[in-house]
Unconditional design. Structure first.
Length: 257
């Protein structure tokens, strides 16, 4: 249960995309995360237009926290922030500040895509690390928004993969891949929604039961927002559902009976 906020954001960052602009400043998404029988947590993502070192940027602010009875047993307060270039989706800066049952991290990454270097500042331990990167490497949050604007579903066939490199912690750059499984209609609190289904591939072991333990559904419209995520982990199962939204750039398509 300790890693389910991070787990949710990792899966969330892999949603598939449209070539047209899929989001705008002001977009806000909320998700309810269920751990077994508990409504264990909620997570939000909010896009705003801001300035960073004299540059116009998008700031994506993500929060995750335990709620209700789960919070009494295990308190989680996580903050993730990504500062990205609106033109190409490349991250300038990434912040990860978490408190999970007393386990804390305070990390900031600054990306220099021209020099192909990322500097990770571990503020908790007052340590810095340099990583060699390729142009276009993403952080945990920017990856979601980058992919939404880069790919279009007409370019994918069932069984195809989307791949990218990601850096968000001191473990360095790692390859991420996502398999397209086809279309499926889900019942949601808003009605029936046609979704694109994907299989994010993860490392089996301490958190996940198997490499194919995750399933992801995103709306089959111009927004491409996650509708549902399911994960089998080493200590049970997790499900996250879209629970609120505002400021979408495009119409959210709901199937009317």
């Amino acid at each position: 249960m300790k890693n389910f906020i991070l787990l949710f954001l990792t899966i969330f960052s892999s949603a598939i995309t449209a070539q047209e602009k899929a989001y705008k400043s002001g977009e806000w998404l909320k998700f309810r995360i269920h751990y077994g029988i508990f409504n264990a947590s909620e997570a939000t993502l909010h896009v705003t237009s801001e300035q960073l070192n004299g540059k116009s940027i998008y700031k994506i602010h993500g929060e995750g926290k335990t709620t209700g009875l789960a919070r009494a047993f295990f308190k989680v307060d996580d903050v993730y922030q990504s500062y990205i270039n609106p033109a190409n989706g490349h991250p300038y800066k990434f912040v990860r500040k978490i408190n999970e049952g007393g386990y804390t991290k305070d990390v900031e990454i600054n990306f220099d895509h021209q020099k192909k270097i990322a500097v990770l500042n571990d503020k908790k331990h007052d340590e810095k690390q340099n990583f060699n990167i390729d142009v276009g490497v993403q952080d945990l949050i920017s990856a979601f928004y980058y992919i939404r604007n880069k790919y279009k579903i007409s370019d994918l066939n069932k069984g195809d993969y989307i791949k990218l490199d990601m850096l968000f912690d001191d473990e360095g750059v790692f390859p991420f891949k996502l398999k397209y499984l086809g279309k499926e209609v889900l019942k949601t609190k808003y009605g029936k929604v046609e979704c694109l289904k994907f299989r994010p591939y993860v490392q089996a072991g301490r958190v996940f039961k198997e490499e194919e333990s995750l399933s992801l559904w995103v709306s089959n419209d111009k927004n491409k927002i996650p509708i549902r995520i399911k994960a089998d982990i080493a200590v049970g199962s997790i499900k996250a559902d879209l629970d609120g939204y505002n400021g979408l750039k495009n119409q959210f398509k709901i199937i009317m009976d």
